[in-house]
Design a protein around this ligand. Structure first.
Ligand SMILES: *Cc1c(COP(=O)(O)O)cnc(C)c1O
Length: 359
């Protein structure tokens, strides 16, 4: 029996996709082998990666002057790759709204001057600061955000005013959760293990003029966007099986109606949980309502023992991975694209029952 998996990542994938992959495990499309076993230079794989890229382009309406790269190293590797490729003036502005943004900010300091132009650390990252008129250095190469804060459960509802600078966004935990205007960004990247596919793939969508030979001295070949762009993500062996699963998820999202439909589906799910939290006397959400994420919903009872009891009883009832991030405690329900609405409805039923029993 499958459980309702509220993990922040690696996370739930569409059941349909997993079944299809299982059917194709031993013999992919008449090749007589698994995708795991085939050459990344084969016709069959070429078609897999090209189709995946085209479907992603269709879903996100990615303009032709952007490249799509399927890389490895996780989102964390991009914390270094971004400054190594983009810091021409050795200066960049970072908006620090959570742990992932902070890690990126700290990593960038190895390569140049990373300036924290805004932060919500003063209230344990429970809100998104006003970014309409920030003091962005004249010579900053880019402005960096983590668009959805996986750990704290906040999301930028409006992009910062970058004052004309290139916007770089880590979208790991909100990738394909709603429509985006790609033209507002220079770089959009994310690890796929939150909302798209298996761990091991990171997708980088980058405007062509930002891809240059002119990287910081010592930049490893494998971290150069130009190398991967020139080789269509096949400079070396790519995470082939992961890309294949991502491709299936893209098809699944297309079938579901694309990103507009995903947004409606995600809003509906999140509303069920937030509405309950707003009227509960036991549980409460931990972030400012206006900045709430549709993907990651942290909540607490205010009593550590009761939190632990809830997590334990929820697990026994088939609701997995509700424990909050180890750095913040409490609970967190991650309700990515593939979480069915029944999963959230049943979780809320269970929370109501727990509230009654523990009033
Ligand atoms: C999970 C996560 C990361 C780290 O991803 P890795 O692939 O483990 O490096 C970075 N940023 C965000 C927003 C995340 O949710």
């Amino acid at each position: 029996m499958r459980v309702y998996n509220f993990s922040a990542g690696p996370a739930v994938l569409p059941e349909e996709v997993l079944k299809e992959a299982a059917e194709e495990m031993l013999d992919y499309n008449g090749t007589g082998m698994s995708v795991m076993e085939m050459s990344h230079r084969s016709k069959a794989f070429e078609e897999i990666i090209n189709t995946a890229e085209q479907d992603l382009r269709d879903l996100m309406n990615i303009p032709d002057n952007y490249k799509v790269l399927f890389l490895q190293g996780g989102a964390s590797q991009q914390f270094a790759a971004v400054p190594m490729n983009l810091m021409k003036n050795k200066k960049a502005a970072y908006i620090v709204t959570g742990q992932w943004a902070k890690k990126a900010y700290q990593e960038a300091q190895n390569y140049g001057e990373a300036v924290a132009v805004a932060s919500s650390a003063d209230k344990t990252f429970s809100y998104i600061p006003d970014c309409s008129d920030l003091d962005i250095p004249e010579d900053a190469d880019y402005v960096y955000i983590c668009e959805n804060n996986t750990i704290y459960g906040t999301k930028f509802k409006e992009l910062p005013n970058t004052k004309g600078k290139t916007l770089v966004a880590d979208v790991s935990s909100c990738f394909l959760s709603e429509p985006v205007d790609v033209t507002k960004y220079g770089v959009i990247y994310g690890g796929v293990q939150k909302n798209i596919g298996p761990a091991g793939v990171v997708i980088v969508i980058i405007r062509e003029d930002l891809i240059t030979e002119d990287t910081l001295p010592g930049t490893p070949t494998m971290l150069k966007y130009k190398i991967h762009a020139d080789n269509k993500s096949l400079y070396n062996t790519p995470p082939a099986y992961g890309i294949y699963i991502c491709g299936k998820v893209f098809k699944w999202i297309k079938k579901m109606g694309g990103l507009e439909a995903m947004k409606a589906h995600n809003e509906k799910k999140a509303k069920i949980l937030y509405d309950y939290l707003d009227q509960s006397k036991l549980f409460k959400g931990t972030v400012e309502a206006k900045d709430r994420s549709l993907m990651n919903v942290p909540f607490i009872t205010g009593n550590d023992e009761l939190d632990a009891k809830f997590v334990k009883e929820a697990k026994a009832a088939g609701f997995e991975n509700l424990k909050g991030h180890r750095s913040v405690g409490g609970m967190r329900a991650s309700i990515y694209n593939a979480m069915p609405i029944e999963g959230v409805e049943k979780l809320v039923e269970f929370m109501k029952k727990f509230e009654e029993e523990n009033a």
